[in-house]
Design a protein around this ligand. Structure first.
Ligand code: PEP
Ligand code: MG
Length: 323
C-alpha cells in the first residue's frame, strides 16, 4: 500500500472523470516543506507563522522572520506559498506578552488579525519580513480571523506603508502580493461578498468555522456529537462561500483538518471545492481518493446533501453516494 501510494508522488491530481484539482500543503517546519515537495504539492496553502513567536522568549526580529519566510519560499522552488499572518490569542500560549490577558472568552477575544492590528509595530515587522521574502518567489498573504472588511483595509494600508518604508531604505520590493481572507468566523462567511471586494483569494478554516458556527470548542471531546463537519448548517455555509468565491472568479481553498481527511474528499468536491490544503502527510491519500471520485456525479448530488436535516443524515447520504 505504501509503495502504491509512493507512485502517486509525481502523478497529476485528477478526479476519475478528469477534473484537475489543486493540492496544497499546510506547513510550519522545514520537514513539512521537504515532505510537501516530495509528495508533489502544488504549493503551500497555509504557512502558520505562530511557531516563530512561540518557540522563544521575546518577539522574533524582522531578520529572523525574513530568513524563515525566505527559506520557505526557496524551499518550494518557485511554487506559490501562502504565508498566514500571526494568529495568536486564545488557545495559543502567550508570546512575549502580546496576548490580551483576563479575557472571559479568549476564543471570542483579541486573536488573529484583531491582535495584529492592536500591535501595529509588531505586525509591521512581520509585514516587512514577508515583503522582503517575497522577492525570492511567489508569495500570497493570508489574514486569519477576519470578521469585517475594515480589517482587510487596515492590513492593506499597513502593507502600503511598509512598502514605502522599504523603498526609502533602498530595499528590494516584490511585485504586488495577493491578499486573502481566511473564512473562519460565521459573519465572514455570511457576508463573504463584502470581503471578496477586498480579497484576492479566500481560504476556509473549517476548524474554527465549525467551532464558531456550532458554538462548540474545537478541542472539547465532550462535544463530539455537536462538533461534526457534516452538520447541515456548516455544509450550507461552506457551499455558499465556495460558490460566491467562484462567482467572483477568485480562488477558494480549504485548509482545515477535513481538507486532508479522505472521508470528506467526496463531500468537498460535491460542494464545488477545487483547492485543498492539508498536512503534507495526507497529500498522497487525498490524491489517491480523488482518482476514484466522479466530480460530475458528486456535483449533481450537492442539492440533496445540502437538504440534510442532521449530520447523521448527511453522513448516510454521502456514504450511499461515494460508497
Ligand atoms: C482553521 O481554523 O481551520 C485553520 C486552518 O486554522 P488553525 O487550525 O490554525 O486555527
Ligand atoms: Mg483557524
Amino acid at each position: 500500500e505504501g509503495r502504491r501510494l509512493a507512485t502517486l508522488a509525481n502523478a497529476p491530481t485528477r478526479t476519475r472523470d478528469g477534473v484537475d484539482i489543486r493540492l496544497f500543503a499546510n506547513a510550519e517546519m522545514p520537514a513539512d516543506i521537504a515532505m510537501a515537495r516530495a509528495r508533489g504539492a502544488d504549493g503551500v496553502g497555509l504557512y502558520r507563522t505562530e511557531f516563530l513567536f512561540l518557540r522563544q522568549k521575546g518577539l522574533p526580529t524582522e531578520d529572523e522572520q525574513f530568513i524563515a519566510y525566505r527559506d520557505l519560499v526557496l524551499g518550494m522552488g518557485g511554487l506559490p506559498v501562502t504565508i498566514r499572518t500571526l494568529d495568536l490569542g486564545a488557545d495559543k500560549a502567550d508570546a512575549a506578552g502580546l496576548v490580551v490577558r483576563g479575557e472571559d472568552n479568549p476564543a471570542l477575544g483579541v486573536r488573529g488579525v484583531r491582535l495584529s492590528l492592536r500591535y501595529p509595530a509588531v505586525f509591521s515587522t512581520q509585514i516587512r519580513a514577508i515583503l522582503r521574502a517575497a522577492c525570492y518567489g511567489p508569495v500570497r498573504v493570508l489574514v486569519p480571523m477576519v470578521t469585517q472588511p475594515d480589517e482587510l483595509i487596515a492590513v492593506r494600508t499597513l502593507f502600503k506603508l511598509a512598502r514605502q518604508e522599504l523603498k526609502r531604505e533602498n530595499i528590494d520590493l516584490p511585485e504586488k502580493l495577493q491578499l486573502g481572507a481566511m473564512i473562519e468566523v460565521p459573519a465572514a462567511a455570511i457576508n463573504v461578498r463584502a470581503l471578496l471586494e477586498h480579497s484576492d483569494f479566500l481560504a476556509i478554516g473549517t476548524n474554527d468555522l465549525a467551532q464558531y458556527v456550532l458554538a462548540a470548542d474545537r478541542g472539547n471531546d465532550a462535544l463530539e456529537n455537536i462538533y461534526n463537519p457534516l452538520q447541515p448548517a456548516l455544509l450550507r455555509l461552506l457551499a455558499y462561500v465556495i460558490s460566491e468565491g467562484r462567482r467572483a472568479k477568485k480562488g477558494v481553498s480549504l485548509c482545515g483538518e477535513i481538507g486532508g481527511d479522505v472521508n470528506f474528499t467526496g463531500l468537498l468536491l460535491a460542494l464545488g471545492l477545487c483547492e485543498f490544503s492539508m498536512h503534507p502527510s495526507q497529500l498522497l491519500h487525498v490524491r489517491d481518493r480523488l482518482a476514484t471520485l466522479d466530480h460530475a456525479t458528486l456535483r449533481a448530488h450537492a442539492p440533496r446533501i445540502l437538504r440534510s436535516r442532521t449530520h447523521e443524515e448527511a453522513e448516510a447520504l454521502l456514504a450511499s453516494i461515494t460508497g
